[in-house]
Design a protein around this ligand. Structure first.
Ligand SMILES: Nc1ncnc2c1ncn2[C@@H]1O[C@H](COP(=O)(O)OP(=O)(O)OP(=O)(O)O)[C@@H](O)[C@H]1O
Length: 267
């Protein structure tokens, strides 16, 4: 891999910090080996994109981070996903509920709970036993502001989250993910169900959010990956073929397979 620090030469930029490290990860759906020997560094407060042709394992890898696969029998992980700087913890060995408090997720289709806008955001805190109204009010406002939704909904917090437009619902889901102050937010094709205008607003939001949270995003859309991410992993047949700064992946790929994919020669 190209040395990532080479792309961060400005003296005003803080040095790159690794927040999470995937080590020798294999993942099985029953007998099917879907991820093979994955190694990946996730840099703190950066956006890392996972790209590659359909079926290459992008979503499978993303879902390892919040242990979504645990919800189905027969799924199995080997290897480690370490989170944190000092005394990192292995996400694959922690309690899955605790993992999901630290690793938020935003799905392809916006999926607000059939509850009020306020309760959508407060939900994760209440699950943690936080019921103090002033604390909840503060977190709801802060999360909605961070998700660029506050001004649109501040006078209708009691209305159902499902009554919002698609783009607003997705921003509500982002606010919900932010409310528990996660280390990482996973985005799985977050704009594929949205119109172009809502897509732009979600992309702008992701660009803003990286100042406060680390982001991993799966996208089919190579322009989107190049617009929003600093690092990109190109996957093929369950493996990472190349992981580099996004500009390298798209302008100067180091592997032939990557070059073929980003130039549209297959996919
Ligand atoms: N529940 C499952 N059971 C068995 N195999 C699965 C399951 N889900 C995915 N797979 C297989 O695992 C491989 C990786 O799938 P995955 O959905 O992660 O790919 P992807 O790169 O996200 O694809 P897409 O871009 O089409 O969403 C594929 O071969 C897929 O068929």
């Amino acid at each position: 891999m190209v040395n990532p620090n080479d792309s961060v030469t400005s003296t005003t930029n803080p040095p790159l910090q690794t927040l999470a490290e995937v080590r020798n990860l294999n993942f099985y759906y029953g007998n099917k080996l879907a991820l093979k020997s994955i190694n990946l560094l996730v840099y703190e407060k950066k956006v890392t994109a996972l790209i590659g042709p359909s079926g290459c394992g992008k979503t499978t890898l993303l879902r390892c981070f919040n242990r979504m696969h645990d919800l189905y029998p027969g799924n199995r992980y080997e290897g480690d996903i370490l989170l944190g700087h000092e005394s990192p913890r292995n996400l694959l060995k922690m309690d899955a509920i605790e993992v999901r408090m630290q690793i938020g997720m935003v799905f392809q289709k916006p999926n607000p709970f059939p509850k009020s806008i306020y309760d959508n955001i407060a939900y994760g805190l209440r699950v943690r036993g936080i019921n103090n109204r002033a604390v909840l009010d503060e977190v709801v406002e802060r999360s909605l502001r961070s998700a660029a939704l506050w001004d649109e909904v501040k006078d209708r917090l009691k209305e159902s989250g499902t009554a919002l437009s698609g783009g607003q619902q997705q921003r509500l889901c982002i606010a919900r993910a932010l409310a528990t102050d996660p280390a990482i937010i996973l985005f799985d094709e977050p704009t594929s169900a949205l119109d172009p205008i809502a897509t732009v607003s979600i992309e702008e939001l992701i660009t803003e959010l990286k100042h406060q949270v680390t982001i991993l995003i799966v996208t089919h859309n190579m322009q989107q990956a190049s617009r929003v991410s600093e690092y990109t992993a190109f996957m093929y047949l369950g493996e990472i073929v190349e992981y580099n700064p996004t500009a390298v992946i798209f302008n100067n790929p180091q592997e032939q397979k990557t070059a073929d994919y980003v130039s549209g020669r297959f996919g």
